[in-house]
Design a protein around this ligand. Structure first.
Ligand code: NAD
Length: 252
């Protein structure tokens, strides 16, 4: 028996990293998982990993979350296959980093917003009829939102907008029976490692700032926090941001 038995979770960007960790943790608790990613190869790998747990139900859908028509088709296809969406995790991210604000063109700026607040909103809107009366939304934010980092302007601005969207939806949707919360991870995922590798000394600097100087385990740390927010013990928690980053960010 798992605490998410009978639930269906749609997780964007679950082909690797944090999204895969959340998918694995929720699958272990009995949820049927829709792995949504633009990379079909890694999405299929996540499905195989879930099936290898024994008894796990999972499928994948290829979707570019930056396109609202694709998002609507994806949600319809998941509902057709799995019956509903009880838990929505907006995790996929795409961003151009490493360019000074004054040199960023429109397209580079828009990528962060399209894959961040726009995609999250599109999925939330499309899933709303299925989430009513007990649904959960979990959005991924970033510890860089408060202090920022040089070269991360569009990403930081987009993640701050995800925070605003999370609070707005939490305010409106409580009476619809839906909780809306956010997670802030710090995890050495493939993209985070590549990002840090390009900045000599940066990882050491990050560890100096953390109260608990290590990377999260994407399943045991971030995934379990997502399970908590999606499970019965969190039914009275909404509008909150939970940092799973060893004290890297203190969201009030
Ligand atoms: N890793 C960290 O330390 C960290 C820190 C703060 C916030 N976050 C947030 O956590 C989330 C996951 O981070 P991660 O490090 O696992 O990322 P990642 O880059 O390792 O994985 C992102 C996944 O999203 C998919 N994706 C990217 N663009 C997409 C698109 N347009 N359509 C569909 N799928 C797309 C990728 O294929 C990939 O599978 C992100 O929202 C990120 O901002 C991560």
């Amino acid at each position: 028996m798992g605490i998410l038995d009978g639930k269906v979770a749609l997780i964007t960007g679950a082909g690797q990293g944090v999204g895969r960790g959340i998918a694995m943790a929720m699958a272990r608790e009995g949820a049927g998982i829709a792995v949504v990613d633009r990379n079909g190869e890694t999405a299929a790998e996540t499905v195989t990993l879930i099936e290898d747990l024994g008894g796990g139900t999972a499928l994948y859908r290829i979707c570019d979350v930056r396109n609202s028509d694709e998002v609507n088709s994806c949600v319809a296809s998941v509902v057709e296959a799995l019956g509903t969406v009880d838990i929505l995790v907006n995790n996929a991210v795409d961003a151009t980093v490493g360019i000074a604000l004054q040199d960023i063109d429109d397209e580079q700026f828009l990528i962060s917003f399209a894959s961040g607040p726009f995609a999250s909103f599109w999925f939330m809107r499309a899933c709303f009829p299925y989430l009513q009366d007990g649904g959960r939304v979990i959005n991924l934010r970033s510890g860089t939102e408060n202090q920022s980092l040089p070269g991360y302007g569009p990403y930081v601005a987009a993640k701050a907008a995800v925070g605003g969207l999370t609070r707005a939806a939490a305010r409106e949707w409580g009476r619809e029976g839906i909780t809306v919360n956010a997670l802030v991870p710090f995890a050495l995922t493939p993209s985070a490692e590549a990002d840090l590798a390009a900045q000599p000394g940066r990882l050491e600097a990050v560890y100096r700032q953390l109260s608990i100087p290590r990377s999260a385990d994407v399943e045991a740390d971030v995934g379990r926090a997502a399970v908590f927010l999606a499970g019965p013990d969190a039914s009275f928690i909404t509008g909150c941001t939970v940092s799973v980053d060893g004290g890297g960010s203190f969201f009030a």
